[in-house]
Design a protein around this ligand. Structure first.
Ligand SMILES: [Zn+2]
Length: 236
């Protein structure tokens, strides 16, 4: 299993395959892309059906690919899976395929990475119905403090949309959140993950090094890979 090394910046969600030196990436593979996790160094994988690329015709094949992906080394989570009200097939099909992926996440004990656009009710309804034991993480989060608090109260992790995290207006949100539930990501955009850490560390009155350690601890917990010693200050 590839693991982040001490000091590595974790890019929690990206579609790029090439980690820069000192960066550990979580590459999101999508079922329609026809690629499975491999052994390349410096990264781990998630695998799922993105709602944009879901159709009535392909979903059975893609679900079996998601199932198959769980057998590959370096495959740490299911997703991105989710709901999109602006793009993709009917809400019914999106819900059905989301639930199927959530069940694979539970069965194989892999956490779930979520894409959610204007469909928070659908997501929360699925959460209530399935009562997952695996952690769920929203990727690309750019919502309000109230929305963040609601999701955190249900046990979600939040990984922030890169552009939102870099904006001044997100400072207040970062300051109001528990630090043990956050992640940062590039989503494969042409942006340096280190610049995002620098901005958010400033928001949180932490050094980049402290934030880096904190997010490694969050990743340790979220992924259940237990590559760090247990944290005596859990929740701090
Ligand atoms: Zn993505």
């Amino acid at each position: 299993m590839n693991l982040p090394q001490p000091g590595d910046y974790i890019d929690m969600h990206t579609h790029s395959s090439k980690p820069a030196s000192g960066v550990f990436i979580i590459e999101c593979l999508m079922a329609h892309e026809d690629r499975f996790p491999d052994q390349a160094a410096g990264l781990a994988y998630t695998y799922g059906i993105h709602p944009w690329f879901l159709t009535e015709d392909n979903h059975n094949q893609h679900i079996s690919n998601v199932e198959k992906s769980t057998g590959f080394p370096n495959m740490i989570a299911i997703g991105e899976a989710g709901f999109d009200k602006l793009r993709g097939p009917s809400p019914e099909l999106q819900s059905k395929v989301f639930e199927e992926q959530a069940l694979i996440s539970e069965t194989h004990m892999k956490p779930l990475i979520i894409h959610c656009v204007k469909a928070w009710d659908d997501l929360l309804a699925a959460h209530k119905k399935l009562k997952p034991k695996m952690p769920w993480m929203i990727h690309g989060f750019r919502g309000s403090i109230e929305q963040a608090e609601q999701l955190l109260s249900k046990g979600f992790y939040l990984s922030f949309w890169f552009d939102f995290a870099l904006r001044k207006e997100s400072t207040q949100l970062f300051r109001s959140l528990p630090k043990n539930r956050i992640f940062l990501e590039t989503d494969g955009a042409d942006v340096d993950i280190r610049d995002i850490y620098k901005k958010v560390a400033g928001d949180l009155d932490m050094t980049v090094d402290e934030l880096n350690k904190k997010i490694q601890m969050n990743f340790n917990e979220f992924s259940n890979l237990n590559f760090l010693p247990p944290n005596p200050l859990k929740g701090a």
